[in-house]
Design a protein around this ligand. Structure first.
Ligand code: HEM
Length: 542
């Protein structure tokens, strides 16, 4: 029997007893009043509980929404989703900011939402998004569908076709440039700050592909470099360049932290002026840096005699000149293109290095494949299809330890998902990380390339989503991960510190799953030059 109906029975028994233990009509009055009050409360509870047939925590006169929302704020969105799916199953209803929110982790429900045009909007705190410039701007959390469609075409164009063709060459060159400057990322004990190295590589790649503007001060360094070109000045150039690149990375990192902090914050909280201003200020740092880069790009466009190669930023600036986009739209699009990769791809690569050393047999296989397919030359576009073991490794890493663990959407119409009625306006979270561990795979809880030995149908593996609002950078992302890994692994074997494994590295899972960046030693690794290509050089931990 349902919990509320049991309570109804109890109330009835209580009323019956009261009427029989009292012997005067007068003394029955409080009993009747209490009974009526209890019936009223029970009725409200019953109606509320009956309204939704979804599994999940009880509404309990509003206590349920308070408790579920607190869990989301306290533990982070990803962690809370995993908790509720583990406790209540693959379809769960909770509340975020008092709004009904479904967490789905079975492939039929996830694919239904991903492929349907009923779910092309996302949910988040409007005030929070406004504070970081994402409300009805850019592409990632833009739920003004008309504007989202328009700007998404700019992203799609830049991330496919000729842009995609150029990616391998750019990745190889950017990775080499940073590996040549490895000492900039290495501490006196020989440990490399690998997460920041990867972020620098990835931001450099994004800049070369989509913006093509030297970061602040870089142009001055280029002049210095070409004039003096000898060893001491080269060192000076490298240091200046790196520090400016790192400064931009700090701003990206702060922006990301602010983004995940404000994303589902209570509106009331963000109405407090100084709190709102603080977050706005944290986001402004990066917005101003983007304004500076876009201004340089405008100058470059207006002074160049002939423009034959239109990159992402140029297309956006032209659209602004034709009145199709505002300056704020352009800035937000460029900003999102620049932050998309460091927040996802560099952290994915970081986890991959940890996984490689936890599975030395896999590293051996990858290195042998590199030797057979690529040999001593730099990796090329044509090699991408042939690197099958590397591809399985990347897929298995994204399945086993994803950076992007879930996808946020909002229902635009009433619908039925797996037999459940879903009302227009319902928030939806697709827990893809959990879906990847509960369905289809032979060894769901183990890291094993066997999981990708046979063909995996798309509906069981969606690390980038699918359908109209899928990751627009998914093809570029795969190419980038392959090209950066091949270039790094053909020169070095990367050794995490002894005892640093996926289960010991401290991590958070809020907007994405990532390592905690305090002075944790596990964030740095040793780069050992690979002695012979066909063999994995041991880490040689004492
Ligand atoms: C390992 C790397 C990456 C992973 C795992 C990843 C994953 C995702 C996921 C799951 C989504 C949400 C999809 C949905 O709602 O269905 C997304 C959205 C997006 N991703 Fe990626 N991504 C990665 C790399 C990139 C890169 C390199 C770029 C661009 C350079 C990019 C650009 C975007 C954009 C712009 C969106 C928002 C699309 C929209 O809302 O229309 N991503 N990504």
């Amino acid at each position: 029997m349902h919990f509320s109906s049991r309570l109804y029975v109890l109330v009835f028994i209580f009323a019956w007893n009261q009427m029989h233990v009292t012997d005067s009509a007068f003394s029955m009055v409080p009993a009747v009043l209490i009974t009526l009050l209890l019936l009223f409360v029970m009725n409200a509870l019953w109606r509320r509980a009956g309204k939704s047939s979804f599994p999940g925590p009880y509404y309990l006169l509003g206590l349920g929404p308070v408790l579920t929302y607190s869990r989301f704020i306290w533990t982070g969105i990803g962690t809370a989703c995993n908790y509720y799916n583990t406790k209540y199953g693959n379809i769960v209803q909770v509340w975020i900011q008092g709004e009904e929110t479904l967490i789905l982790s079975n492939s039929s429900a996830v694919n239904h939402v991903l492929k349907s045009s009923n779910y092309t909007a996302r949910f988040a705190s409007k005030r929070g998004l406004r504070c970081i410039g994402m409300d009805e701007r850019g592409v990632i959390f833009n739920s003004n569908l008309k504007l989202w469609k328009k700007v998404r075409t700019f992203f799609s164009k830049a991330l496919s076709g000729p842009g995609l063709q150029k990616t391998v060459g750019v990745c190889v060159s950017a990775t080499h440039r940073h590996l040549d400057q490895l000492s900039d990322f290495t501490d006196p004990s020989g440990q490399v700050d690998v997460l920041n190295l990867l972020r620098c590589i990835v931001v450099d790649i994004s800049n070369r592909l989509f913006l093509r503007v030297p970061f602040n001060g870089q142009s001055a360094c280029w002049i210095l470099f070409t004039c003096l070109q000898q060893t001491r000045s080269l060192l000076l150039f490298i240091c200046m360049f790196c520090s400016q690149e790192k400064e931009l990375l700090m701003k990206i990192h702060r922006y990301f932290q602010t983004w995940q902090t404000v994303l589902i914050q209570p509106d009331l909280f963000l109405r407090i002026g100084w709190i709102y201003k603080k977050y706005e200020h944290d986001a402004k740092d990066l917005q101003e840096a983007m304004d500076g880069l876009i201004e340089k790009k405008r100058t470059e466009i207006s002074t160049s005699e002939k423009l034959d190669d239109f990159d992402f930023a140029t297309e956006l600036i032209f659209a602004q000149n034709h009145g199709e986009l505002t300056a704020d739209d352009v800035r937000q699009c460029v900003l999102e293109m620049v932050i998309a990769a460091p927040d996802t791809l560099s952290i994915s690569l970081f986890f991959m290095f940890v996984l490689l050393k936890q599975n030395p047999g896999v590293e051996d296989k990858i290195v042998q494949e590199l030797d057979a397919v690529v040999g001593d030359r730099p990796v090329e576009n044509g090699d991408m299809q042939s690197l099958k073991i590397l591809e399985s490794f990347i897929n298995e890493s994204m399945r086993f330890h994803p950076v992007v663990d879930f996808i946020m959407r909002r229902a635009l119409e009433d619908d039925i998902i797996d037999g459940y009625k879903v009302a227009k306006g319902t928030n939806i979270i697709l827990n893809i990380g959990r879906m990847h561990k509960t369905e289809f795979f032979a060894k769901p809880d183990e890291f094993s390339l066997e999981n990708f030995e046979k063909h995996v149908p798309n509906r069981f593996f969606q690390p980038f989503g699918v359908g109209p609002r899928a990751c627009v950078g998914r093809h570029v992302a795969m190419v980038m991960m392959k090209a950066v890994l091949v270039t790094m692994l053909s020169k070095y074997t990367v050794c995490p510190r002894l005892g640093c494994t996926l289960s010991t590295i401290r991590q958070t899972n809020n907007l994405s799953q990532q390592p905690v960046e305090d002075n944790d030693n596990c964030l740095s690794m040793r780069f050992i030059p690979r002695a012979m290509k066909t063999h994995t050089t041991p880490c040689g931990h004492e």
